[in-house]
Design a binder for this molecule. Structure first.
Ligand SMILES: [Zn+2]
Length: 418
């Protein structure tokens, strides 16, 4: 199953400007969606979300009413423990009329595998087809489903819509979950369902990021705040993603154990997961980025890579799992002879953009094998001018990719009147 990691390797190159974003507007946080058990009190979780019109707007933490067309997020299911009987657990929840996206997060043991077996939309149709892993062509995830789904170690995240066919409908949804630990069905898993709602899909957004430093690049939580290269790294993100209306908002900085400065994605090596688990120090609801010296692969031919995402997408609002972040190697594969590098050493900002693309839910538009591609109709095959091509040197983001990124609940939206 470590095949997934193999698919998430990266690369790059870059040029940069400078100046970090110091915008201090108040971000929109969770509303007050609460959770109650269904009458039978067993596997179902009922939502208190109203099926009302969009004109109600939403509430942020301070109780301020947001402008009508500012999307907000609410928890429909809040980290509920769902029993898994006969190999399957069931979650049901009610979705309001003004749904923009739904995100299902399933997590449990760090060495367990979790995912969605099926998802029935509010209109009764299948967003994710039951038993999808048994169908040909779904080896890397459910390509045949209306909405892409996959399974992941530690924590699995599925966002709908993540492609143009994945539109979600209001009404009662049912998600069947699966999980395995040590080859046996798990007894239970934790499930969260996050709703993004508003009158129309967002056309821009803000992403908070928590940065973690192992000493790589000589960077510390303090030094990066006046470091020109780090500022240029952030500027690269804002320039590249700015084309789809996405910019970095609040940033936090954390020093962590220097012993984690070299990690490995090799099979049976859990150092990447140990690194990701340090995301517990998060002070925002943003995504988590770890800077290390090197990321080893255990593969003699290509022993070191510039970056890796621990999951695609990363689980929003869930720090501290083995899936909760991305790692970026500031030395890239510099220690490796040029003939054994995936690509030449990338600039850090470009790697950051590519890895955060994974964290936001993007798979490679095309792999190096030139036969494996993503789910989007508008990403040309084997075109490395796209950011999410496996070689990671491009900058282009397609309209379908942009729509999927902006509905991710980690991307939040500000009242334009502020
Ligand atoms: Zn990649």
């Amino acid at each position: 199953m470590n095949l997934v990691y193999r698919l998430l390797l990266i690369l790059s190159l870059c040029l940069c400007g400078c100046a970090a974003d110091d915008d201090t507007d108040t971000p929109v946080r969770f509303g007050d969606g609460s959770v109650g058990l269904l009458g039978d009190g067993t596997t179902g979780v009922d939502s208190s979300a109203e099926s009302g019109p969009a004109s109600d707007g939403g509430l942020n933490d301070s109780g301020t009413t947001m402008a009508d067309d500012t999307p907000v997020v609410e928890r429909l299911v809040d980290n509920e423990r769902i029993p898994i009987d006969q190999g399957v657990g069931r979650v049901t929840f009610d979705v309001p009329q003004d749904v923009i996206s739904l995100t299902v997060i399933i997590h449990g043991e760090s060495n367990g595998w979790y995912g969605i077996d099926s998802w029935i939309d509010g209109d009764g149709s299948a967003l994710v087809t039951a038993d999808w892993p048994s169908f040909p062509g779904n080896e890397r995830g459910c390509f045949s489903c209306r909405n892409f789904a996959n399974q992941n170690q530690g924590a699995s995240t599925t966002i709908a819509p993540n492609r143009d066919t994945g539109t979600v409908h209001p009404g009662r949804h049912q998600v069947n979950i699966v999980g395995w630990v040590d080859g046996f069905a798990a007894d239970s898993a934790r499930v969260s369902v996050i709703l993004k709602r508003g009158p129309r899909p967002p056309e821009n957004g803000v992403l908070d990021v928590n940065f973690y430093f192992t000493g790589a690049q000589g960077w510390t939580a303090e030094s990066v705040q006046t470091d020109n290269y780090f500022a240029a790294t952030i500027e690269r993100f804002n320039e590249l993603y700015g084309r789809i209306g996405l910019t970095i908002g609040d940033m936090t900085y954390h020093d962590i154990d220097p012993a984690l400065s070299v990690v490995s994605i090799a099979e049976d090596d859990d150092t990447l997961g140990a690194l990701m688990a340090n995301a517990v120090a998060s002070q925002t609801d943003g995504l988590n980025v770890f800077f290390v010296d090197e990321i080893l692969t255990g593969e003699p031919d290509f022993p070191s890579i510039p970056g890796v995402a621990a999951s695609v997408p990363n689980p929003p609002y869930l720090p501290g799992t083995v899936a909760s972040g991305v790692a970026i190697a500031t030395r890239g594969p510099l220690s490796v002879p040029p003939g054994q590098r995936f690509l030449d050493p990338p600039a850090i900002g470009q790697t950051l953009c590519h890895e955060l693309g994974h964290a936001l839910g993007m798979f490679h538009t095309s792999e190096y094998d030139e036969v494996s591609h993503d789910v989007y109709d508008d990403t040309p095959e084997n075109d490395n001018t796209y950011l999410m091509h496996a070689d990671g040197t491009g900058a282009r983001i397609s309209p379908e990719q942009a729509r999927a990124i902006l509905v991710n609940p980690a991307v939040y939206h500000r009242d334009p009147s502020n």
